[in-house]
Design a protein around this ligand. Structure first.
Ligand SMILES: C[S@@+](CC[C@H](N)C(=O)[O-])C[C@H]1O[C@@H](n2cnc3c(N)ncnc32)[C@H](O)[C@@H]1O
Length: 228
């Protein structure tokens, strides 16, 4: 069962690209993004209650649920079409997702997590859809719902600080934002900085892996043992 809310006018609409999303990704970057999403999967075997924000068609969540057969998950996405595919992909990968997976068609920016505390939060290629103020508000909203030592898995594009890939990275990211603006109406046009606000919220980066010549990062952040 999916709860639904009206879309604010400025909210992007990923419904039209939900079905071709997988294929568009494969045609442009092959298996690289899925490798990035799943890089830290072996470190997530203890998750019991996960919050997954903007997972799109659910290819990552399907793997996570299959790996952790007792884990419950709340998946939040504004796109009904993406959530439909997410439920299908998860059901194909695990037998009992009707009782373990709760989907919410709403904005992560206004969503109140219904089943805290979470020991895992996942945001793959989602924070880069947000402006800096929205990303900071999201982190402030979510961190009080984390269990002690909870993990937050973040994958995103990045611009390498100093190597020959810096200019190509800027061009690629500008092109991707333009494509998403045309296809979904996404207004964000600049990568936000998640490291500063998440560090300020008390989390520590415990693992980081770069790929695609430094254009992709996947990071594990850990909440403190005790909330500050
Ligand atoms: C760029 S796609 C990333 C999908 C997937 N996580 C991946 O790794 O490819 C962004 C996803 O976030 C969703 N989304 C965008 N803004 C959102 C918001 N404010 N709240 C919840 N979901 C949102 C979109 O519908 C889409 O499924």
């Amino acid at each position: 069962m999916t709860a639904q809310l009206a879309k604010p006018a400025t909210q992007p609409n990923f419904d039209p690209i939900a079905r071709p999303y997988h294929w568009l990704e494969h045609l442009t970057l092959g298996p690289i993004l899925q490798r990035c999403r799943t890089h830290h999967l072996p470190a997530l075997t203890h998750a019991k209650n996960a919050l997954i924000l903007g997972d799109g068609d659910g290819r990552f969540l399907a793997r996570l649920l299959a790996q952790n057969p007792y884990m419950q998950a709340d998946a939040v996405d504004t796109s009904a079409a993406m959530l439909h595919l997410l439920r299908q992909n998860c059901a194909d990968a695990s037998p009992n997702t009707q009782t373990r997976l709760r989907t919410h068609q709403t904005s992560a920016l206004t969503f109140t997590p219904p089943h805290p505390p979470y020991d895992l939060v996942v945001t793959h290629f989602f924070l880069d859809c947000l402006t800096q103020p929205d990303l900071e508000a999201l982190i402030t909203r979510i961190t009080p719902h984390l269990a002690p030592n909870a993990l937050w898995l973040i994958s995103d594009f990045r611009i390498p600080t100093s190597n020959p890939m810096r200019l190509p990275a800027k061009l690629l990211i500008r092109t991707l934002y333009l494509a998403f603006r045309i296809l979904t109406g996404l207004r964000t046009n600049k990568l936000p900085d998640h490291a500063t606000p998440i560090t300020r919220a008390g989390l520590t980066r415990i693992a980081q892996h770069h790929s695609l010549a430094g254009l992709l990062t996947t990071e594990l952040w850990q909440a403190p043992q005790h909330h500050p």
